[in-house]
Design a protein around this ligand. Sequence first.
Ligand SMILES: Cc1cc2nc3c(=O)[nH]c(=O)nc-3n(C[C@H](O)[C@H](O)[C@H](O)COP(=O)(O)OP(=O)(O)OC[C@H]3O[C@@H](n4cnc5c(N)ncnc54)[C@H](O)[C@@H]3O)c2cc1C
Ligand SMILES: *[C@@H]1O[C@H](CO)[C@@H](O)[C@H](O)[C@H]1NC(C)=O
Ligand SMILES: *[C@@H]1O[C@H](CO)[C@@H](O)[C@H](O)[C@H]1NC(C)=O
Ligand SMILES: *[C@@H]1O[C@H](CO)[C@@H](O)[C@H](O)[C@H]1NC(C)=O
Ligand SMILES: *[C@@H]1O[C@H](CO)[C@@H](O)[C@H](O)[C@H]1NC(C)=O
Ligand SMILES: *[C@@H]1O[C@H](CO)[C@@H](O)[C@H](O)[C@H]1NC(C)=O
Ligand SMILES: *[C@@H]1O[C@H](CO)[C@@H](O)[C@H](O)[C@H]1NC(C)=O
Ligand SMILES: *[C@@H]1O[C@H](CO)[C@@H](O)[C@H](O)[C@H]1NC(C)=O
Ligand SMILES: *[C@@H]1O[C@H](CO)[C@@H](O)[C@H](O)[C@H]1NC(C)=O
Ligand SMILES: *[C@@H]1O[C@H](CO)[C@@H](O)[C@H](O)[C@H]1NC(C)=O
Length: 599
Amino acid sequence: MLVRYFAFLSFRIFQGVLAALYSNPAGLVKHEYDFVIVGAGTAGNVIANRLSADSNVSVLLVEAGGNDAGLPALQIPFTASTVLSNASLIWNYTTSPQKALNGRVIAYQRGRVLGGSSSINFMFYTRGSRDDFDRFADVTGDSGWSWGSIFPYMLKIENFTTPVDHHNTSGQFNPSIHGDRGPLRPTLPGFPSSLDQRVLATTKVDPERFPFNLDVNSGNTIGMTWVQSTTGNGVRSSSATGYLHPILGRPNLDVLIDTQATRVLQTGSRGSIPIVRGVELANGVSGPRVTVHAHHEVILCAGAVNTPQLMLLSGIGNKHDLASLGISTVIHSPGVGQNLQDHPLLASAWSVNSNDTLDGISRNATLAGEILEQWETSKTGPFVDTGGNLFAWLRLPSIFSGKRDPSAGPTSAHVEIIPANEFISFSGDPTPANGSYVSIITGVISPASRGSVTLRSANPFDTPVIDPGFFTNELDVAAMVGAIRTSSALLETGPWKDLAARPFGLLENATTDAELAEYARNSASSFWHPTGTVKMGTSSDEMAVLDSKLRVKGAEGLRVVDASVFPFIPASHPQAPIYAIAERAADIIRSQLYERVGE
Ligand SMILES: Cc1cc2nc3c(=O)[nH]c(=O)nc-3n(C[C@H](O)[C@H](O)[C@H](O)COP(=O)(O)OP(=O)(O)OC[C@H]3O[C@@H](n4cnc5c(N)ncnc54)[C@H](O)[C@@H]3O)c2cc1C
Ligand SMILES: *[C@@H]1O[C@H](CO)[C@@H](O)[C@H](O)[C@H]1NC(C)=O
Ligand SMILES: *[C@@H]1O[C@H](CO)[C@@H](O)[C@H](O)[C@H]1NC(C)=O
Ligand SMILES: *[C@@H]1O[C@H](CO)[C@@H](O)[C@H](O)[C@H]1NC(C)=O
Ligand SMILES: *[C@@H]1O[C@H](CO)[C@@H](O)[C@H](O)[C@H]1NC(C)=O
Ligand SMILES: *[C@@H]1O[C@H](CO)[C@@H](O)[C@H](O)[C@H]1NC(C)=O
Ligand SMILES: *[C@@H]1O[C@H](CO)[C@@H](O)[C@H](O)[C@H]1NC(C)=O
Ligand SMILES: *[C@@H]1O[C@H](CO)[C@@H](O)[C@H](O)[C@H]1NC(C)=O
Ligand SMILES: *[C@@H]1O[C@H](CO)[C@@H](O)[C@H](O)[C@H]1NC(C)=O
Ligand SMILES: *[C@@H]1O[C@H](CO)[C@@H](O)[C@H](O)[C@H]1NC(C)=O
């Protein structure tokens, strides 16, 4: 499934800083903390940073993976996809056979390293829409999740950074809606692509279909826009680089890497309510189990796959499913692991009459070596960007007319299209040895399908069963077909004519809707955006595992903050929404801490 192969590149390894990190639970000096956070990923590092800013609060942050520092493979934007085949940095998950994808098994990697998936993702930086957040407020009954309430957190997370080529960014984003003091460094593309002017020209010749949007991070996401990505100064900006490394010297924060939480533990009861303030840890299948306790809370930030897995392993889930695996139920909560939502994605390629694509980089080791050297010495050149420099979010009203539209509202897209100046495949097609290509990545961004994360066994080192249910709702297939047709239409507008784009590979013979649907079933995979598996909601919603303050219903001392908590997947690449909800969660936790201390 690999996107780009760079086997011949030998990265120069820079020595990383290893401060205040434990790598074995047996080495811990303390076993009691105010807070124990499981998962030093996107959300976990935000929580660890904000809670440990109070020097009176002691925090243990536990991470299954290792240190991200000093690994060029994690730093170079353009080669991000190579990390997906490095077993030491990922949870190398796959899905169960997807029946609506003709039984195919799909790669489903997650980050397993400080920074979590923010250390291995493709760095698109998008906040989601006004309607997405207003829907969260609606279904939770908590206006604190509305777009208006979350927006200040969107500013708080970022320090919007000048692109590395210092080009004039006027007309490429709206500076007035960005932050300049936060830990993350989003930026605009730092190396021009020969496609950029064609894409922009399309928004002028066909603004009905491809409207230009100055900044899709404004709350209204619809249109063609310049990509913002977490690649400030030409290097990946992650929750590890932004939120964790700068605070590793804090004496009230211990960080334990290479250590997996295997269960959360009931430590007492208040009436009939279990108190869950213990965490069992192990560094390896046969390593001894070590238990740590939280005075205040255990906060699960293990992501949308591992958080429900850990809860189920701990007896928090559907009691019938738990019983069948011999796990005794601590809290019957039927929503744990359900409601999995993800964005299906596929890349289509067209061969083009051009000698100005990026295809040469993956075929010519000398050229790639030169570009790498440019990145190493000046953090400029083609490696500073992740791929396409512009992309579009579009609504396809005709597909949904008369149907129940799964999108949150008119500011949320149905589909995404990302033009890229090279051959890209996510379905295992080898990069052709010759020719020039334009690829267009399409995604269904407001999916109607739902899936689940369940246990394969009661063994915490066994992989969970991940079933995103891709295309199980026919509307998603129709939306993907619509996105592919829209991509073809883009290439037929005037500004692209001279390329004479010809569909390549399986797309070659797919013309009818039925053929395109079959092409999609044979080619689609995951955007790696699982969300929703431990959703928040109202007290009357039995499938809502969390209350609107992200506390596990029916427990004391246990909270969840990560991609699991969304009741609906944002119509967005999810990292910015996750950072923002984690910032609000940190505020909630701190205010409740003082209420509790004052009890
Ligand atoms: C290949 C790829 C490309 C992506 N591209 C983009 C993109 O371009 N833009 C975007 O916005 N989003 C993108 N995403 C999605 C985005 O990165 C994730 O949605 C987000 O990072 C998830 O954040 P999280 O906090 O929920 O989980 P994570 O960041 O995954 O953090 C979970 C952490 O918990 C640790 N952990 C898990 N289980 C345990 C345990 N039992 N004990 C201890 N530690 C544990 C994990 O190792 C990990 O470090 C991409 C994701 C991937 C994988
Ligand atoms: C820390 O605790 C001490 C002693 O309990 C108290 O005097 C001080 O105000 C606290 N500081 C903060 C920042 O809460
Ligand atoms: C990940 O799993 C897939 C499917 O089992 C396998 O083909 C691949 O080699 C694994 N990758 C790594 C890096 O271990
Ligand atoms: C894979 O990750 C390890 C760190 O865990 C690193 O040492 C190694 O260089 C990486 N390999 C590649 C090919 O990037
Ligand atoms: C940047 O471009 C805008 C619009 O094209 C122009 O008004 C402005 O003067 C330019 N700024 C600089 C510093 O060149
Ligand atoms: C914001 O980023 C710039 C450039 O990368 C840096 O010089 C500045 O110190 C950063 N500001 C903060 C508050 O971190
Ligand atoms: C690249 O294409 C342009 C225009 O199609 C042509 O003029 C030029 O000769 C080509 N260059 C090479 C090296 O093939
Ligand atoms: C490979 O790249 C180098 C450096 O840019 C260039 O000199 C050489 O001609 C390229 N080789 C081929 C076969 O294109
Ligand atoms: C690639 O090479 C093959 C065989 O050498 C040839 O048949 C084919 O036409 C070439 N394709 C392109 C796109 O140049
Ligand atoms: C498309 O159809 C033609 C004619 O039947 C066939 O030669 C070609 O191999 C097909 N292409 C693909 C990718 O299946």
